[in-house]
Design a protein around this ligand. Structure first.
Ligand SMILES: [Zn+2]
Length: 402
């Protein structure tokens, strides 16, 4: 499976993947999914929102067990983020058939469309639409960098956009969704485990900081006469790092805009975007208010006007405790170990997080030895990938076959 998936949407220059929604690479991924499903005698359908489903058993029977992930990528993404969950799903089905498993619940493997949001700027479009967390009207407003709208892109790729929107009937037929994903951090590497279970997706948000000062000549303005917003911005970046360390959170200024943006001009305005995430709301509040308080103190000292605007916010996603405990029991039972499968939180968003409000949802993580993700350097060892497949097979067997 990896061999046939490898060339699709791969950039020779970077070695990374450019599999964006409703492009040729995306169509090739979808064809790959269809061929894998048909080779296993599964019934393939594409739902109204462009998500692909491969069914074993009757989709209308209800209480289905669903696994899978996504095949699209960020710009120059790695091979594993998304595809590992889909490849492992097919491999786990092969494993269960080799074990002679008898299915008592319908099983589906899913490929969610447009998870990364690389083209239209919004992540998890396929699952958001299905769960009713993105309306048809909102989706119709999405545009890519060339001004092509989402419905135009869908149409060009042969998908009718007229029916996109919430799909409660489909979700009502699903009893459990389990997404396997490469870990996007080093928790498993540090704990020495190949596979872990997700506890929650951290609450996270984006804040825009506008530092307004006074543009002036870089050569003739005395230091004491300056109102330089770049200084306040720089102090705020360092404060973010300190506050994040204190709160056990992460905080990043990764994007900046400067006016007038001239080498020989003191800036009039520095605009920086803060991305902050933490394990719980309390820690997130602490880091965000701490950074803003420090920024305001620095701004006062330098005569800078500071405006802070929260641009987006996603509260904590707490996965189903019942399903997680069930998975923990199934995995412990199989290995015969008394030791528990590690349970870890994550700072990254997933389709599973979107769906967890609608259906019981769980996630399995596979060790990533460097923690690097969203990069061509993203990696998981073959032994760990196999351990992930076997864990997924054990879980699916426990849920769907007994
Ligand atoms: Zn992913």
């Amino acid at each position: 499976m990896w061999r046939s998936l490898r060339p699709i949407g791969r950039s020779d220059a970077s070695g990374g993947y450019r599999r964006y929604a409703w492009t040729e690479a995306d169509a090739d991924c979808r064809l790959w999914f269809r061929m894998q499903a048909e080779a296993r005698r599964l019934d393939v359908e594409t739902d109204r929102n462009g998500n692909q489903w491969a069914w074993l058993g009757d989709p209308t029977a209800g209480d289905a067990v669903v696994t899978g992930s996504h095949l699209d990528s960020v710009p120059d993404g790695g091979a594993f983020d998304g595809p590992l969950g889909v490849v492992s799903a097919f491999a786990a089905l092969d494993e269960l058939r080799a074990r002679g498993a008898v299915f008592k619940r319908p099983l589906a493997i899913v490929n969610f469309g447009d998870e990364e949001g690389a083209r239209f700027g919004l992540a998890c479009v396929g699952s958001r639409l299905t769960a009713g967390r993105l309306t048809k009207e909102q989706a119709y407003e999405l545009r890519d960098a060339d001004g092509i709208s989402l419905p135009q892109a869908m149409e060009a790729a042969g998908h009718d956009p007229a029916a996109i929107g919430a799909d409660p009937e489909r979700l009502a037929k699903i009893g459990a969704f389990v997404e396997l994903h490469v870990e996007q951090g080093r928790a498993l590497d540090l704990s020495g485990d190949a596979v872990g279970l997700a506890s929650a997706i951290w609450p996270h948000g984006r804040w825009r900081y506008d530092f307004a000062g006074e543009a002036n000549h870089a050569g003739t303005t005395r230091l004491v006469d300056r109102r330089d917003p770049m200084l306040t911005y720089a102090e705020t970046v360092l404060a973010a790092r300190r506050e994040a360390e204190l709160a056990g959170a992460v905080a990043t200024f990764g994007k900046i805009a400067v006016e007038p943006n001239g080498v020989n001009a003191i800036p009039s305005l520095v605009r920086g975007w803060l991305d902050a995430r933490a394990a719980d709301q309390g820690a997130l509040d602490k880091v965000v208010t701490g950074i803003e308080a420090e920024a305001r103190a620095y701004a006062d000292r330098h005569g800078i006007d500071l405006t802070v605007v929260r641009e987006s916010f996603t509260p904590i996603v707490d996965f189903s405790h019942t399903l997680r405990d069930e998975l923990s029991r199934l995995l412990g039972e199989k290995t015969g170990s008394t030791g528990k499968v590690p349970v870890l939180g994550t700072g990254a968003g997933h389709d599973a997080g979107i769906l967890s409000e609608s259906i019981p949802t769980a996630m399995l993580f596979v060790r990533n030895p460097t923690g690097v993700s969203h990069s061509p350097a993203e990696f998981a060892a073959e032994d760990d990938c196999v351990a992930g497949v076997l864990a997924l097979a054990d879980v699916l067997e426990g849920l769907a076959c007994r």
